[in-house]
Design a protein around this ligand. Structure first.
Ligand code: PLP
Length: 403
């Protein structure tokens, strides 16, 4: 069976994790700080805080911005549930926006979804393709839209407009007009979950890139406290001779990254551009070339003018089929010993959101994308022969259903 996306655990990762274990320091410490600096240098934003998941990074930033009851946060209808769940945790209302044909949020529909209650927009770089950030950043800076913004705390006053909090869970290493994700919006959050391009088993990073008069280094220091129970000193600082005293300035959260996780991340990021991204693009190229010959296939965009994807998942769409036919194709592919997937079931179709009053009928492009999509395996150890096996299994299965 060809698996869908096993992590790459090689000797380098094992050695670095071993070193972390043997160092005697396993929670947040020198390796986490080093990994944070590496991410900042890699992406070109101002400052990075590593956390225990992408979800907690997103939620921490919503809470930092004071998002709560009565507020609206705009998210795509077509994303993983984490994007919207964190909004619900804060007591705010997620407002879904339909996808465009490239799977990302449709910017014109996004504009129409903005109300005086909108506090944050959370674009998702779906499958690794950056969103239209020039358009989104221009939207929040638009004088009419700024005029509708109603700040109700010091951070919101200071920004004076809607915050763009990018859910970049899929897109580390992707580029938009020469700049990397992480540096494209006010704040971006990466996920290092086991299935993501760069993994620390579980983990995430908050990339701070807020405009003046914000001081991103000050916000970093504050978030260190907020992500550790509101305690003014972390374990490392307290471990220094006689430095036992501490204070708690708020009832903070507990979502710091450990040095064991950071050990994996350091190894992965060091070789990310030269080997992981090259390998992923190679697999995307093989799939694209093979399926471009089939008149039933729609190849996902991954290199367009101004955009380079991180090639996270390959979202193949089949022309002229419905959801039931897509499901039959997936079963047939599995019978041929190949794991495929669907990224994602649109949020309005999931029980919790359906029962909260959302209807998929309001998001026709999301439904259309979903009903015809099959995500194909993309991972470091997938070799060319296995890619050919996937291509053959998918082609035969689709042609059986279409005939
Ligand atoms: C994986 C993912 C997340 C959350 O990441 P975790 O690190 O698992 O919390 C958020 N958004 C999207 C779109 C994701 O795919």
């Amino acid at each position: 069976m060809i698996p869908f996306s096993p992590p790459r655990i090689d000797q380098k990762i094992i050695d670095e994790v071993n070193d972390a274990l043997r160092s005697g320091w396993i929670t947040t410490g020198p390796r986490t700080k080093k990994f944070e600096k590496m991410i900042t240098a890699y992406c070109g934003h101002e400052s990075t805080l590593c956390v225990n998941s992408g979800s907690s990074g997103l939620e921490l930033m919503l809470r930092w911005f004071g998002v709560g009851a009565g507020d609206e946060v705009i998210v795509p209808a077509y994303t993983y549930t984490a994007t919207a769940n964190v909004v619900v945790h804060c007591g705010a209302r997620p407002v879904f926006v339909d996808a465009g044909p490239d799977f990302n949020m449709d910017v014109e529909k996004l504009r129409a979804a903005i109300t005086p209650a909108t506090k944050v927009i959370m674009p998702v770089d779906l499958a690794g393709l950056p969103c239209d950030y020039d358009e989104i950043n221009a939207l929040v800076a638009d004088e009419d839209i700024k005029g509708k913004f109603s700040p109700n705390n010091p951070e919101q006053n200071k920004l004076g407009r809607i915050l763009v909090l990018s859910d970049a869970a899929h897109s580390i290493g992707a580029k938009y007009k020469g700049k990397k994700t992480g540096s494209l919006t006010d704040v971006s959050v990466f996920s290092f979950h086991a299935v993501k391009n760069l993994t620390t088993a579980e983990g995430g990073a908050i990339c701070l890139n807020l405009p003046e008069p914000f001081d991103n280094e000050d916000i970093y220091k504050y978030l260190c406290i907020k992500s550790l129970h509101g305690q003014t000193k972390d374990a490392l600082a307290k471990s220094k001779d006689g430095n036992w005293q501490y204070d708690v300035i708020e009832a903070g959260y507990k979502c710091n990254m450990t040095d064991i996780q950071a050990a994996m991340g350091i190894v992965e990021l060091e070789r990310y551009d030269e080997d992981m991204l090259v390998k992923r693009k190679h697999i995307f190229d093989l799939y694209s070339k093979a399926f471009a010959e089939k008149d039933w296939a729609v190849i996902p965009p991954y290199e367009t003018t101004g955009k380079t994807s991180s090639c996270h998942v390959f979202l193949l769409r089949i022309k002229g089929i419905d959801e039931a036919e897509r499901n039959i194709i997936i079963s047939k592919v599995y019978e041929k010993q190949v794991s495929v997937n669907v990224h994602f079931i649109p949020l309005p179709m999931l029980s919790f959101y359906k029962n909260s009053g959302y209807s998929i009928d309001d998001y026709p492009v999301s439904y259309d994308n979903f009903s015809r999509v099959i995500s194909l395996p993309v991972y470091y150890n997938l070799d060319d022969d296995q890619v050919q096996t996937v291509i053959q299994a998918v082609t035969e299965s689709v042609e059986e259903v279409l005939s």
